[in-house]
Structures are given as structure tokens and as C-alpha cells.
Design a protein around this ligand. Structure first.
Ligand code: ADP
Ligand code: MG
Ligand code: MG
Length: 418
């Protein structure tokens, strides 16, 4: 029986058999604890005594192989692109630059039943989601085997994201050439994801030192991260932080989609331009001027076809449907509108899944998934390392338009490659 049908049938049987379901869920949660798939709780975000399993789907999601391979194949070009944009020739040339990024995609389902991979965004300093979730494949494989899907369970891959991402940090540290140097993790005060950072730290811990060789940013993606103190004490860091942050903004994403812009970064590589551009959804400027006026008119006429995005990170900041109309009506007459971009709304396939989350009753939930591809690079004058560092899947309940792991909407998932 094809994988999709088989998982669907099993799920329907399982949901009507409360005893069987409960025992499988208990097993899955316990395995999550054993493998360190953990998150601090929103009630006690800085506690190392109270943790829970990180939210995850009971079973992996069937993902067609073609878009996943496409997303992996294009990745190293995104490394190059991010790096080229972030280069400040006077300043950054001398230092070691490490890029740890994640490019996110949805698979758009068209009316003619074909599908295509579309980039949602690229994350340059808020590229989390690896670390504790690395071993979820073990739990998913077990869940599938225990309901009799033995062959199908083999379609879940291990991607060893954390060792590969950490290897880039280690490489930069090595290039710095000081055995006493350290890698500084710049993190938020409220630390829901601390255990993920610890996974990276564990990978790096064989080395030791005091001088800061490399700064790993898991900070600086919210406006209130740029306090006076950060600006003063970390002036050097702030410059780097800003340039890296800017590359990952929605505005840069929109500008990159304009005709001729990718060509500037890859002047002699039309096939690379084509490969990257194939993943772009429609992106539209809201700058003042006739082009922006056209975007406003288009959005107001058909708000359900678009997403309105401000320059923010972390989920929960975008506008959908009637909210687009409300916001645009307010800002369309002046420069405030240029702080947003408009994007085609992607319509991914909706599936039924069981989500495991502390306090959430067990039920079938309509979800959609987002593929994330990790990339790591190190530049020291020239590109020393540029790799794809694995993929991830994150699913969210379809009733929410926007996402976010720390907002409690997104759950970790895995692709069941079909
Ligand atoms: P953030 O940096 O806050 O994560 P994103 O651009 O990734 O911003 O948007 C957050 C979420 O909103 C995404 O994870 C996705 O669920 C939803 N979303 C964003 N863009 C689109 C789009 N073009 N079509 C459909 N959903 C989208
Ligand atoms: Mg983001
Ligand atoms: Mg995102």
C-alpha cells in the first residue's frame, strides 16, 4: 500500500482506539525525554528544573522527494548569496564570517494539481529549530514501526544538523588560530531554547579558551534587542549583527526577486540565477511611487491571495486576509507603507495529524508543513566552507495563518519521503 494511504488508514484506526493511542503517545513522549527533545516551558522560561518535551507530531509527514531534493540542491547558492549581500568591503573582509542560515519553503498546491517549491523566507540570525529536535527521527521511526509501518519507517532520514552546523563554528575558531579563544553565544534573556544551544555547546566543548574568536548570534532579531547597552558594549558585534540581520529581512528578499538583481550577484551563472529564482514566490514593493500604488490596489482587491509582511522575525507579525485591508487602509497614503512588503500567499497541502504538546488533548488536527534547509558557510577572504547542513520539517495547525515554535503554534516534524 502506498505510504500516504497506509499512514492515513493507521491514523484513522488509531484515533478510534483510545487505549492503543494513549500507550503509543506515552511511549513517544518518554522517548522524546530520553533523546533530549526538550523545551523549557513558557510558564518557567528560565528554569533548568522544569522542562517539557518540545511539541512534535506523533507521525512524520509525507513529503514528495522532488521538492525536498530541489530545496537541498539550491542551498549552497543561498550561502553565496547571503554572504555576497552581507559583505562590507572595508570592514568584513578582514574578519572570519560564519553563516548559519535556514531557508524555509512551503510546497504550493496549484489548482491544476501540480505543486511547486516556494521559499517563504531565509533566516540569517534566527535560524533555530535544530539541536534538541535532531533525534526526533528516532521517535518517529519507532512510532511507525509500532503501528506496523516497518517499510515506511525507512523513509525517514537522519540529517545530523547540529554536528554540521557546529562544524562551521569550529572551522572559524580553527582559522582564528588561538587555542585560548572562545566562541561567544549571544542569546536572549528569556531562554526557551537553551537546551538547543547546549547541544551546539556540547559539540564544541572539546575546545577551550578566553579570547572571543567567533560570535554566534541567537539574538538581535527583535527591535528591543538593540538596547543602548548592546550598542555600547558590543559595538563591533552590533555592526556584524546588523549586516547579517539585514540580509535576512523581508525587504531584501523582495528586492532580490526584482528583475536583474540576482544577475548582479551571479553575473556569469545564469543557471544559478534560474535555480534560485524558481523558488521565489511573487514579491511586491510597497515603496512610495506608481509600482507601490499598484501593489496596494492589487492587495486591497484580493487580500486572500497575499501576505503582508513587516520587517520582523520570530513569527506572529504578518497580516492575512481582512487584516491586510485594515493595515493598508491606514498606511497606504504615506511612507509608513514602505516598511512592509507584499507576498503571494502559498497554499500548502493540508493533512490530518496528531500533535503532541503539553496540555493539548489528543485529536486529529489539520496541519500544513514548512520545509527548512540548513546551510553553513565560513568565509575568510575566500569561501573556506559552504555546505547544506541538513533539513527539517515544522508543522503548524492550519487554523493559524502565522507560525512560531516559542509561540506554541509550531511543532517539530520530519519528512517521510515519498
Ligand atoms: P518569520 O520571520 O516571523 O518566521 P515568515 O515569513 O516565516 O516570518 O512568516 C511566518 C509564518 O507565516 C510562516 O512560517 C508561514 O506559516 C506563514 N507565511 C509566511 N509567508 C507566507 C506565504 N507567502 N504564504 C503562506 N503562509 C505564509
Ligand atoms: Mg524568519
Ligand atoms: Mg519564518
Amino acid at each position: 500500500m502506498p505510504t500516504v494511504m497506509a499512514t492515513k488508514v493507521i491514523l484513522e484506526q488509531l484515533i478510534t482506539n483510545a487505549d492503543r493511542l494513549n500507550s503509543l503517545v506515552v511511549e513517544a513522549k518518554e522517548m522524546a525525554f530520553q533523546h533530549g527533545i526538550l523545551l523549557r516551558t513558557p510558564e518557567t522560561p528560565n528554569s533548568s528544573e522544569v522542562v517539557s518535551f518540545a511539541p512534535f507530531t506523533l507521525f512524520p509527514s509525507p513529503v514528495p522527494e522532488a521538492p525536498l531534493l530541489q530545496a537541498l540542491a539550491v542551498y549552497t547558492h543561498f550561502n553565496t548569496l547571503v554572504d555576497k549581500i552581507s559583505q562590507d568591503p572595508d570592514f568584513l573582509q578582514e574578519s572570519i564570517v560564519v553563516g548559519l542560515n535556514r531557508s524555509d519553503y512551503m510546497v504550493d498546491q496549484r489548482a491544476d494539481r501540480t505543486s511547486s517549491l516556494k521559499q517563504i523566507e531565509i533566516n540569517t540570525i534566527a535560524a533555530g529549530g535544530f539541536g534538541v529536535s535532531d533525534r526526533l527521527s528516532v521517535v518517529h521511526r519507532h512510532a511507525m514501526k509500532s503501528v506496523g509501518l516497518l517499510e515506511e519507517s525507512k523513509c525517514i532520514q537522519d540529517t545530523s544538523r547540529t554536528p554540521r552546523m557546529s562544524a562551521a563554528l569550529a572551522k572559524a575558531w580553527e582559522l582564528y588560530g588561538q587555542h585560548k579563544a572562545v566562541i561567544l553565544f549571544l542569546v536572549e534573556e528569556v531562554q526557551l531554547s537553551q537546551l538547543s544551544h547546549r547541544t551546539i555547546e556540547r559539540e564544541l566543548w572539546k575546545r577551550d579558551g578566553l579570547e572571543v574568536a567567533v560570535v554566534y548570534y541567537r539574538y538581535g532579531y527583535m527591535p528591543d534587542h538593540y538596547t543602548e547597552q548592546v550598542r555600547y558594549e558590543y559595538s563591533l558585534i552590533s555592526v556584524l549583527l546588523l549586516s547579517t540581520h539585514l540580509v535576512g529581512t523581508k525587504k531584501v528578499q523582495q528586492v532580490l526577486a526584482r528583475p536583474g538583481v540576482l544577475e548582479r550577484f551571479f553575473p556569469d551563472q545564469p543557471q544559478v540565477v534560474e535555480q534560485i529564482r524558481a523558488t521565489f514566490a511573487g514579491l511586491y514593493t510597497l515603496d512610495m511611487g506608481p509600482e507601490g500604488d499598484q501593489t496596494v490596489a492589487m492587495a486591497l482587491a484580493n487580500p486572500d491571495k497575499f501576505v503582508l509582511k513587516p520587517q520582523r522575525e520570530g513569527g506572529g507579525n504578518n497580516y492575512f486576509g481582512e487584516d491586510i485591508v485594515r493595515v493598508l487602509q491606514e498606511v497606504k497614503g504615506d511612507e509608513r507603507r514602505a516598511a512592509y512588503i507584499l507576498m503571494d500567499r502559498i497554499r500548502p497541502r493540508i493533512e490530518q495529524k496528531i500533535l503532541l504538546k503539553k496540555g493539548l488533548p489528543l485529536k486529529l488536527t489539520s496541519i500544513c508543513y514548512e520545509i527548512g534547509v540548513y546551510g553553513a558557510y565560513v568565509r575568510y577572504n575566500t569561501m573556506v566552507l559552504s555546505e547544506v547542513a541538513g533539513h527539517t520539517l515544522r508543522s503548524k495547525s492550519a487554523e493559524y495563518d502565522d507560525a512560531g515554535l516559542t509561540r506554541g503554534i509550531t511543532t517539530f516534524d520530519n519528512p517521510l519521503i515519498i
